[in-house]
Design a binder for this molecule. Structure first.
Ligand code: GDP
Length: 586
């Protein structure tokens, strides 16, 4: 704030403030910004208590627009958003084509699988929205950016091929996203396929078919004959009903951008999925680092123009200033100026971020720092360590698993997101980055792409050659994540002999240290008539007008407490310090 701002706030003339500051030894003009100390000095002089304004983080803007729906009456059920995943050639594209009634595989619209497809399909008055990403990295990438579009994952497994490496990855990605998985046991029309073999494989991957007493629906399908297609839709609709996916169509729209491009004279076309509210032509939208007014919208399947799009609806939108990125969230605002400003701030922040090479994914060390800061792990919830394991041979995987189970601890949960044989890949790093996981490599190395992305995202890849080293390392990681124990160290006791009230400064307690010592930075319990009446931080500790670090027993000193000006003669001040003690597993 400058002098003019302050004058306005406290209803005084700027000249008066300039004069006052002059008396206090600060020379300024009206428009000069004042530092925090000067503002504090001034405010105290006027008998006011200044408060620091909390800066809103750009990353929090989304949260600001997404207040929780407090009134359940406004909620209505919405279609499920379903992502199709699976190994290449198992029939993802064909399956979706059959469902929407077009044929892309046979070539008319070649190359379309390069893109993220999103279509809403209607069945007997109910709808399902399908999102088909070119690979599960895209799915996880969006999740890494905080855009959870998916309610249910459909895992396509070809009955003749069974579970393949990318199927395994897809399973890990879906599990990490914590969404229900439905298996489409595809190509069931082929002769001689053994459904039981695939069911066994699924069970081995902790996806036990409901037929076998588990909770995973396995639907035999054929994208060629259409067998099982209705069952698949029905299953998805049932899961949706059970989970009661809902949204409020009467609020301003918000959602996620799946992809976007600059299309010649049409301008920017962005494929968005509305997650809540209703998006309308004419709405002002801010989407990641860009903004604009919705000029036109069209159905992603039929290209027909649309005037509005409700919850769970994918829609092609024209009118944004520049193409937003996949996974960027969008919100509708009332004011185009606000939208412009937010977009500009974000563009600015992201260019600064890319200059400094920082990304938002939290690394292991970052996570640890957050724990120590107390930003995480404050609740009674367990501390989670997510790991992805890659090993040279299956035997090593088993040995590592055994090591991990040894680390049982009531406050710690080690969650293995994925375990597989082979080198560390890009997909591992994307998954790790989206799930705050550490990658443990046993006798394997990351490929170049994986190494690069891991560097960019600060994903930890830890490599080992011997099992016991891995065991030691994990132990150290867990210990780093345990909340440190707090120990109270009593420092000393002071008696209040006299109290001085000084304007601009507050109340100073003139004390005699009767026991131990009083130290800078300690905390003070104030006791009166044998009762503790409060607990405060020590604001200043002085001996004969000098700030000192410590005042030992037998000496006199002046003490000011943080936020407490009511000290009385004969109060007993007890000084203590909280020490944090690192914990070990032993
Ligand atoms: P994607 O890579 O998972 O998208 O797989 P595609 O949909 O491109 O399918 C790969 C190949 O499998 C194509 O030649 C399809 O015609 C064939 N295919 C897909 N689904 C089925 C099915 O249910 N039965 C049979 N027989 N072939 C299928």
């Amino acid at each position: 704030m400058n002098v003019a701002d302050i004058a306005k706030k406290i209803h005084r003339e700027p000249a008066e403030i300039i004069k006052k500051l002059f008396m206090l030894g600060v020379m300024v003009n009206q428009n000069q910004a004042l530092d925090k100390d000067t503002i504090e000095l001034l405010a105290t002089d006027y008998g006011m208590e200044p408060q620091e304004k909390i800066q809103v983080d750009i990353a929090d803007i989304d949260k600001f627009f997404e207040p929780e729906e407090l009134n359940p009456d406004t909620l209505v059920s919405r279609p499920p958003v379903v992502t199709i995943m699976g190994h290449v050639d198992h029939g993802k594209t064909s399956l979706l084509d059959y469902l929407i009634g077009i044929n892309v595989v046979s070539g008319e619209a070649g190359g379309i699988t390069q893109h993220i497809r999103a279509y809403k399909i209607d069945k007997d008055g109910r709808s399902v929205t399908f999102v088909d990403t070119p690979g599960h990295e895209a799915f996880t990438e969006m999740r890494a950016r905080g855009a959870n579009v998916t309610d249910i994952a459909v895992l396509v497994v070809a009955a003749d091929d069974g579970i393949m490496p990318q199927t395994e990855e897809a399973i890990s990605h879906a599990k990490a996203a914590d969404v229900p998985i439905v298996v489409a046991l595809n190509k069931i029309d082929l002769e001689g396929v053994d459904a039981n073999r695939v069911m066994t494989q699924l069970t081995e991957h902790q996806l036990t078919p409901s037929e076998w007493g588990g909770d995973v629906e396995v639907v035999p399908t054929s994208a060629i004959t259409g067998q099982g297609m209705d069952d698949l839709l029905e299953t998805l609709l049932t899961i949706a009903e059970l989970n009661e996916y809902s949204a409020n169509p009467d609020r301003n729209a918000l959602g996620v951008c799946l992809e976007s491009e600059q299309q010649g004279d049409r301008g920017v076309v962005a494929k968005l999925v509305v997650q809540n509210g209703t998006l309308r032509v004419g709405d002002i939208v801010v989407c990641g680092p860009t903004y604009g007014r919705v000029r036109a919208m069209s159905n992603t399947l039929t290209n027909e123009p649309m005037t509005e799009a409700g919850p769970s609806t994918p829609v092609s939108v024209m009118g944004l200033e520049s193409p937003p990125g996949a996974g960027d969230r969008f919100h509708v605002l009332e004011d185009i100026g606000d939208a412009r400003e937010i977009a500009a701030t974000r563009a600015d922040a992201s260019s600064r971020q890319s200059l400094s090479g920082k990304t938002t994914a939290v690394s292991f060390e970052g996570f640890q720092a957050m724990l120590l800061d107390g930003r995480l792990g404050q609740t009674d919830e367990k501390v989670k360590l997510n790991v992805i394991i890659r090993a040279d041979v299956k035997g090593s995987l088993e040995a590592i698993d055994k090591e991990l189970t040894k680390f049982e601890h009531p406050e710690v949960e080690i969650k293995v997101l994925q375990r597989s044989v082979g080198g560390i890949t890009l997909a591992d790093v994307t998954l790790a980055s989206a799930s705050d996981a550490v990658i443990l490599g046993f006798n394997v190395i990351p490929d170049e792409q994986a190494r690069q992305l891991a560097d960019e995202r600060d994903v930890q890849i830890r490599r080992y050659e011997v099992i016991y080293k891995l065991a030691d390392d994990i132990k150290a990681m867990i210990e780093g994540r345990l909340k440190p124990e707090e120990r109270i160290v009593e420092l000393g006791r002071a008696l209040v002999k006299q109290v001085f009230s000084i304007s601009r400064v507050g109340t100073i307690a003139g004390c005699y240290v009767a026991h131990g010592s009083i130290q800078r930075g300690c905390r003070i319990r104030v006791n009166r008539d044998g009762r503790t009446i409060g607990d405060y931080g020590l604001d200043s500790l002085r001996r004969i007008k000098e700030d000192v670090k410590e005042v030992p027993r037998g000496m006199e000193c002046g003490i000011r407490l943080q936020g407490f000006n009511d000290v009385k003669q004969d109060d007993v001040l007890e000084a203590y310090r909280i020490e944090e003690v690192a914990r070990t597993l032993d």
